[in-house]
Design a protein around this ligand. Structure first.
Ligand code: UGA
Length: 429
């Protein structure tokens, strides 16, 4: 089936590549010429496991192409995916200008039946908005349908999330579009939920907001655990065995970040407010999240005595492991707060350092974790990269000025570290 994917950001690139791997004929388009030129050589703009190999496969099989010509790619495809960014406009609203521009371009490409699929995270009601923009921009009417098909990919496991999702959600009022979408996703083994467009859009926001709520909930529990002397990891485990709760998204840490949870929670708050509902619970989720990052800094401050002049080593800057994404990263926020507090900070991240260097002033960057530890008064683990779990901590202790580890991801073994002579501090344990 002929597909065109407009926008080669995270979602677009993964969607297009995976559709090609399923055997569809896919053209991924973007107006960024340099990006398209790089992708034609299978050079990745992002770090994402499995993606590079699949792009190379798609290019050599001929199922996957890259182009800057949106109009002709859309014209020759039955399925046109919109996967452009919807950044926050600062006030909590999603900025829909990219989506609107693409809708106008698609209007001039429609000459025979097309299914236009919105995968960008858009406010409730946007499917109808895209439908209206296309209708108004068409010179001559041709049949088309607009479908909401939210994505649930996680950075770091995006390819497997696409191929083996928990569900595929199709929001449409058109029987014809639903049939075509069902055919398109035939190779994906997952329950298919067919619903109306507004409910599909709401499913996306509600899912992210609920997962963010779980994270803030467990962080709040972690803070209580610290006071009463419980271990939040044991508490999460004990809760998770109850299938109604589940084990996922109950890891306490420095707070949630990334391009989705903070932005989508703020957008949902706004949608609720504009519809006359004060979503106090979600407001609390964001408040706990902001405070959690500040709590990490306060904890470090107490442990090192005084931030002013303290030499602090940072392990990890990405918002979570297995990605180079720094958007709304708690690690970046905490690092900035430490610098503002007067600390001398050296940082290392296996993938995100190049991007971080452009954003962080007054931070030195190291080539590996051991260089970060050299002469440090404290080592602060902020992103749970596997390589930090398997460091030679005996060597680390030997090169630090003061053997203190603050593990904001609870991913190290306190007993082992304490035996080696470290002072160890986790979150909620
Ligand atoms: C999230 C959702 O999980 C995806 O389903 C969704 O498609 C995506 O947003 C999106 O809307 O595009 P992602 O932002 O890649 O995916 O990251 P997550 O793995 O969900 O983690 C989000 C944040 O929560 C991270 O900062 C992570 O460290 C934090 N987290 C997660 C915790 O602190 N504890 C946990 O137990 C789980």
């Amino acid at each position: 089936m002929e597909c065109c994917v407009i926008g080669t950001g995270y979602v677009g690139l993964v969607t297009g590549t995976c559709l090609a791997a399923l055997g569809h004929d896919v053209t991924c388009v973007d107006k960024d010429r340099d990006k398209i030129a790089a992708l034609e050589k299978a050079e990745m703009p992002i770090f994402e496991a499995e993606l590079e190999g699949l792009v190379s496969q798609g290019l050599s099989s001929g199922n996957l192409r890259f182009s800057t010509d949106i109009l002709s790619a859309a014209r020759s495809s039955e399925f046109v995916f919109i996967t452009v960014p919807t950044p926050s406009d600062g006030g909590g609203h999603a900025d829909l200008s990219y989506v609107d521009d693409v809708a106008r371009t698609i209007a001039s490409a429609i000459q025979d039946y097309k299914v236009v699929i919105n995968k960008s995270t858009v406010p409730v009601g946007s499917t109808k908005r895209v439908q209206r923009i296309i209708e108004e921009s068409m010179e001559e009417y041709h049949e088309f349908d607009v479908v909401s098909n939210p994505e649930f990919l996680r950075e770091g496991s995006a390819v497997s999330d696409f191929m083996k999702p928990a569900r595929v959600v199709i929001g449409s009022d058109s029987q014809k579009a639903i049939m075509r979408m069902t055919e398109l996703y035939r190779g994906v083994d997952a329950p298919l939920l067919v619903t109306d467009p507004v409910s599909a859009e709401m499913i996306k926001y509600a899912s992210n907001a609920f997962l963010a709520t779980k994270v803030s909930f467990i962080n709040a529990i972690a803070n209580i655990c610290e006071v009463v002397g419980a271990d939040v990891r044991e508490v999460s485990l004990g809760m998770g065995y109850d299938e109604r709760i589940g084990f996922e998204f109950l890891k306490a840490g420095p707070g949630f970040g990334g391009s989705c949870f903070p932005k989508d929670c703020r957008a949902l708050l706004m949608i609720a407010r504009e519809n006359g509902y004060d979503f106090d619970l979600l407001e609390g989720v964001l408040k706990v999240n902001d405070e959690q990052q500040e709590r990490m800094v306060a904890k470090i401050k107490v442990l090192v005595g005084d931030l002013e002049g303290a030499k602090i080593g940072i392990l990890g800057l990405a918002f979570k492991a297995n990605t180079d994404d720094l958007r709304d990263s708690p690690a970046m926020n905490i690092t900035r707060m430490l610098v503002m507090g007067g600390a001398r900070v050296t940082a290392y991240d296996p993938q995100a350092m190049e991007n971080a260097a452009a954003q962080l002033e007054s931070v030195a960057f190291a080539g590996n974790a051991y260089e970060v530890a050299e002469g440090a008064d404290a080592l602060v683990l902020l992103t749970e990269w596997d390589e930090f779990k398997w460091l030679d901590y005996e060597r680390v202790k030997g090169i630090m000025r003061c053997p203190l580890i603050i593990d904001t991801r609870n991913c190290l073994d306190p007993a082992v570290l304490r035996k080696l002579g470290f002072a160890y501090e986790g979150v909620g344990r």
